[in-house]
Ligand binder design. Structure first.
Ligand code: ADP
Ligand code: MG
Length: 702
């Protein structure tokens, strides 16, 4: 067994920032290859962790190989049969022997290998075993040529690391280089974790962890090492979030506790009582707003759970307390809808509401901005036009961000930056599994609307193929005859807005002229001007349009209770959360609602799973979990959450329990030392700053 941790420390520690090209044996060509992998410095290399390890302590005898098994074995080349001339599609077959018998290995596109291999060479092979014409064949294996016996301990007879490769850089020299780097430098990596934390959480030292992650002695050592590195990932994330959060709670914010007469009037004007969940959540928000520190709260509730009215109560509270409130939505259509809703709710109480979007005419925009800056406009609803430069508030007290998963951390922060520590309420309908909520929203308090308004009937979801189109149209017609309305939605076609638009336009025309000539068919898409969108949405809400054909612009937030059918064309092209959002556009009234997922052609396995998940459950949390499993955390978050640091080792799905531990540790550390000024935390602080790359802006004085 090998350990790099045992040697005595040298006096002058080698610099981890040393460029790899300065290492002996790394020429310009190799340096360039490494650079293609993102490896510039020794530190990069140390954290360039293997894809997997192969257990070469247990090489399988040729005689014991079983078809179907994935095995690692080793043998000497006794014969080569390259593809016959003119049959370049045939594989290269290599005959091998070991002490127990014979086996074959085969490679397609083996012309290059035919020149590399010679008789008498020893190979280590890793691949799937099959039986072909009576012979045992290892197909398309990873291979390594064993050059001499002295590097056996590195490349065979142990848990051998396998790295991701790049053109021209084979496994073996890369592994040799990694061995040298780990051997020379791992012990000099500064330990960032306080001793107490390491002991409490039973974590190995960082140098040992790095060494074992590359060249572990045993499976157990590898697992222990991985756990340590994953803990670091989580801890650095949670520390950053804890710092952000503690700054919020320590900052002096605005204290808004008006008498609440306006709120009482608004509540009295509603045609229904708040649900118990709405009452609870509103109470949490009200307390936050009354407290002297800034609110920083996430309101999470499945589509249709009634977040908007809660936001309206908060807005009214801010206004009653003499402050301004801003509500930001991700699309113009949603901003427009909120504008109408808020106007309906607030203007009877004497609170004017204005709208601010990018598509306003310059003169109007300037006038509205002036109203905000002068403090004459108490409430504004808008898109990200709200966070643009030049938008100023006189007294911003509350910032609300709707469908916040559509915004980045940055935009959220920018809106908040328009005031002096205003209260922040972010809302999302994307229900997020707890582990992810901790990661994404570790700097927020969370309120959950876990109840739908009464009387809602669950939406029935049906998967259909093209052959059922006529029946679907008949169904639409019946629903409309009953007084309902329908959406027909088209996906984005390969990110091309023009094609997307054409598909929707063609469909709208066909539906209007051929299929439903007696009905009113409207068309909604992102290219329409503000007034056109506005007019169409109004007509749909008023029931003047029976069928609204749309691109995905109506995906989030739209609220028309009378609509009872959502027909999604090419449903296979949508992601799960999108489908769930689209489905959430119906089932908002007392009628039975249906979501039809129309697919065409052969579906990929993943598409089938998405459709199956939609049909089997209406539960947003379940949908989110399946989505996370199918896509993995990186994709699940999309690029919009790019404000957070990357993980090197941790896996949110696999290491969820560890995340909890790291979070508790982070909270304890920050509670005792909010800005990490304690000298004992110096290394931790340095790691934190490096990992968050300036996004944390810790005061630099130590
Ligand atoms: P979301 O949480 O998806 O944003 P909305 O705020 O758009 O949901 O609310 C969905 C619909 O439910 C709206 O038409 C709203 O008027 C209605 N609603 C909200 N709260 C209640 C309630 N307590 N009782 C009945 N209907 C409600
Ligand atoms: Mg909403």
């Amino acid at each position: 067994m090998y350990s790099t941790g045992a040697r005595t420390k040298q006096t002058a520690a080698p610099d981890l920032r040393t460029p790899l090209r300065f290492l002996p044996g790394v020429g310009p060509r190799r340096a360039a290859q490494l650079e293609r992998k993102g490896l510039r410095t020794v530190e990069d290399a140390l954290f360039f962790l293997p894809l997997r390890h192969e257990d070469r302590t247990r090489l399988v005898d040729f005689r014991s190989l079983q078809p179907g098994q994935v095995a690692t074995c080793s043998g000497t080349i006794v014969g080569l049969s390259p593809p016959p001339p003119g049959r370049s599609r045939a594989p290269l077959v290599v005959m091998l022997r070991d002490e127990s018998g014979y086996a074959q290995a085969s490679w397609f596109h083996g012309a290059y290998l035919a020149r590399v291999f010679t008789r008498g060479q020893r190979l280590v092979l890793h691949g799937r075993v099959t039986r072909f014409k009576g012979a045992i064949v290892i197909q398309q294996p990873d291979y390594e040529i064993v050059e001499s016996d002295d590097d056996e301990r590195l490349h065979t007879g142990r848990l051998v690391p396998v790295y991701s490769l790049t053109e021209g850089l084979p496994q073996r020299p890369l592994r040799t280089l990694m061995w040298r780097i780990v051997d020379t430098f791992a012990r000099d990596v500064p330990e960032a974790l306080p001793e107490a934390v390491r002991e409490r959480r039973r974590l190995v030292a960082l140098p040992q962890a790095l060494s074992d992650c590359h060249f572990p002695g045993t499976e157990a050592a590898l697992a222990t090492a991985r756990r340590r590195l994953a803990f670091d990932d989580f801890l650095l994330l949670q520390l950053g979030l804890a710092i952000l959060r503690s700054r919020t709670t320590r900052a002096r914010g605005v204290q808004m506790s008006p008498r609440g007469q306006q709120v009482a009037r608004l509540r009295a004007s509603l045609p229904w009582p708040l649900t118990r969940a709405q009452e609870r959540v509103w109470d949490e928000i009200r307390r936050d707003m009354a407290a002297p520190h800034p609110m920083h709260r996430l309101l999470q509730g499945d589509v249709g759970s009634g977040k908007t009215i809660v936001a309206a109560l908060a807005v009214l509270t801010a206004v009653e307390a003499g402050y301004q409130a801003a509500v930001m939505a991700p699309t113009e259509i949603l901003a427009e809808q909120h504008f109408m809703t808020f106007r309906q709710l607030l203007e009877p109480l004497g609170v004017p509401v204005i709208l601010l979007t990018a598509s306003l005419k310059p003169r109007e925009r300037a006038a509205r901005r002036a109203g905000l800056a002068a403090g004459e406009a108490p409430c504004v609803v808008g898109t990200h036009a709200l966070v643009q430069e030049g938008v100023e508030f006189r007294r911003l007290g509350l910032a609300v961000v709707d469908e916040q998963h559509r915004f980045g951390v940055e935009q959220r922060a920018r809106l908040r930056g328009k005031g002096e520590h205003p209260d922040l309420l972010v809302m999302t309908a994307t229900p997020i599994p707890r582990t992810l909520a901790l990661t994404l929203y570790g700097d927020l308090e969370v309120s959950v609307l876990d109840e739908l308004p009464p009387g809602r009937r669950p939406v029935v979801t049906a998967a259909r193929t093209e052959s059922k189109r006529r029946e679907i149209y008949t169904f639409l017609r019946d629903e409309i005859a009953r007084g309902r309305q329908a959406y027909v939605v088209y996906p984005l076609v390969e990110e091309s807005e023009a094609l997307d638009l054409k598909a929707a336009t063609d469909m709208a025309r066909r539906l209007a002229e051929d299929v439903f000539p007696d009905l009113s068919v409207g068309l909604m898409h992102g290219r329409l001007g503000f007034e056109e969108k506005d007019a169409i949405m109004r007509r749909f809400k008023a029931g003047e349009i029976n069928i609204l054909v749309s691109t995905t612009v109506i995906e989030v937030g739209i609220d028309v209770a009378n609509a009872s059918v959502m027909l999604v064309e090419h449903a296979e092209r949508f992601g799960l959360s999108q489908l769930h959002q689209l489905r959430g556009r119906v089932g908002r009234g007392p009628w039975k609602s249906v979501c039809i997922l129309l697919t065409s052609g052969r579906l990929t396995e993943e598409a089938q799973q998405r459709i199956a998940a939609m049909v089997s459950t209406n539960d947003g949390f379940r949908i989110a979990e399946v989505d996370l499993e199918l896509r993995g955390p990186g994709e699940f978050f999309g690029t919009r959450q790019s404000g957070l640091p990357e993980f090197r080792t941790a896996d949110l799905l696999r290491d969820a329990a560890l995340l909890e531990e790291a979070r508790r540790e982070a909270q304890a550390i920050i509670a005792a030392d909010p800005e990490l000024r304690d000298p004992a935390h110096r290394a931790l602080r340095a790691s934190l700053l490096a990992r968050w790359r300036g996004k944390l802006a810790l005061a630099s004085a130590g």
